[in-house]
Design a protein around this ligand. Structure first.
Ligand SMILES: [Zn+2]
Length: 285
C-alpha cells in the first residue's frame, strides 16, 4: 500500500514490482506519465508497455500477481472510444455516465491485454498492457537489452530531483516510494505523443484524441523538456505551447502538425501498414 495521492499510482507500483521480480522491463506511458510530468487529471488508469517478446510472460506474471485479466470480448475497453459503463438499464444516461463519456481518456489505444482494477483499487479503472510495437516503436527504449537503454530516456517515478514538484492544477509530484515505475523523459514522451498523433490522425474511431488530449495537457501546462526535441518536432511543440498555454492567436498548431505528419509518412518514419483506417472527410482531426 502507498499513501501517494495520485490515482493509479498504487496499482502501477504493484504491477511494476511484479514485472521487476519476473525480470521484465516496462515503461509507463499515458495518463500517469502526464500526471508525473505535467498535469494530474486523476483518471486512475495505468498504461504499461513491454517488449513484444516479453508480452505473454508479462501478462501471465500480472495474472499470477493478482491482477484481474479481462477476457470479455464485449468489454468497453475494446472500443476506440469507450462508451460509459451503464449504471442501470435505463435509456437515459446518468450524470456520471455523461461525464465519463467526455472524460479526457474516453478515447484510447486498445491494448493487447487489460486488467480491471476497480474491485481491488479505489477509484482506479484499468491497467492496459501494450506491446512495444503497438505504441512505442519510435523511441529507442525496451531494446534487445533494456538494461542498456539510454538512461537519459528513462526516468523513474521516485526521481525527486528531476520530476516537477506537486502543484495544485499541475503535476502530482514524485512518488516518494522505494519501488519505482519507469517512464519516458519529458522530451521522449513528447516525441512519442507527436508520433502517435501523426500515425493515428483522422482514424475512423477517433483514437487520435487519446494522444491529442495528452499533448494538449502537456503543452497547456508547459511540461518542462529535459532537452530540445528533434528540430521538426521542436517547432511544432513551441507552437502548441503558444496555443494551449498562452492562447496566442495565429499559431494554431494543427496545420504544422499535419505538415509534420506528411513529412514523416514521406520519409517512411511512419509506415503505411501501421496507419489505421482513416476517415477521409476528417483530415483536420
Ligand atoms: Zn475488460
Amino acid at each position: 500500500m502507498t499513501d501517494i495521492s495520485c490515482r493509479g499510482a498504487q496499482p502501477a507500483l504493484e504491477a511494476a514490482k511484479v514485472l521487476d521480480v519476473a525480470g521484465i522491463a516496462h515503461v509507463c506511458v499515458g495518463w500517469l506519465a502526464v500526471a508525473l510530468l505535467a498535469f494530474d487529471a486523476n483518471l486512475g488508469e495505468v498504461e504499461l508497455v513491454v517488449r513484444d517478446k516479453d508480452f505473454a510472460a508479462a501478462r501471465a506474471s500480472l495474472v499470477q500477481g493478482g491482477f484481474r485479466l479481462c477476457e470479455d470480448a464485449q468489454c468497453r475497453e475494446l472500443c476506440d472510444r469507450r462508451p460509459p459503463p451503464l449504471e442501470s438499464q435505463e435509456q437515459l444516461f446518468s450524470l456520471n455516465e455523461c461525464q465519463d463519456f467526455f472524460a479526457p481518456n474516453a478515447s484510447h489505444l486498445i491494448a493487447s491485454a487489460h486488467f480491471h482494477l476497480g474491485a481491488q483499487y479505489s477509484q482506479c479503472t484499468v491497467l492496459s498492457l501494450y506491446k512495444k510495437s503497438e505504441i512505442l516503436r519510435w523511441i529507442p527504449v525496451l531494446e534487445d537489452d533494456p538494461g542498456k537503454d539510454d538512461p537519459s530516456l528513462i526516468w523513474l517515478s521516485n526521481d525527486a530531483p528531476r520530476l516537477p514538484p506537486a502543484r495544485p492544477d499541475g503535476p502530482c509530484g514524485p512518488w516518494r516510494h522505494a519501488q519505482a515505475v519507469r517512464l519516458l523523459s519529458p522530451a521522449a514522451f513528447c516525441e512519442l505523443l507527436l508520433f502517435l498523433y501523426c500515425r493515428d490522425c483522422s482514424h475512423v474511431g477517433l483514437r487520435q484524441f487519446s494522444c491529442r488530449a495528452m499533448f494538449e495537457r502537456c503543452a497547456g501546462h508547459q511540461m518542462r523538456l529535459d532537452r530540445r526535441l528533434r528540430p521538426d518536432f521542436q517547432e511544432v511543440w513551441e507552437s502548441m505551447v503558444d496555443f494551449f498555454a498562452h492562447k496566442i492567436g495565429p499559431r494554431d498548431p494543427f496545420p504544422a502538425l499535419h505538415a509534420l505528419r506528411m513529412r514523416l509518412i514521406a520519409a517512411e518514419e511512419i509506415l503505411y501498414e501501421e496507419m489505421p483506417q482513416v476517415d477521409e472527410d476528417a483530415i483536420r482531426y
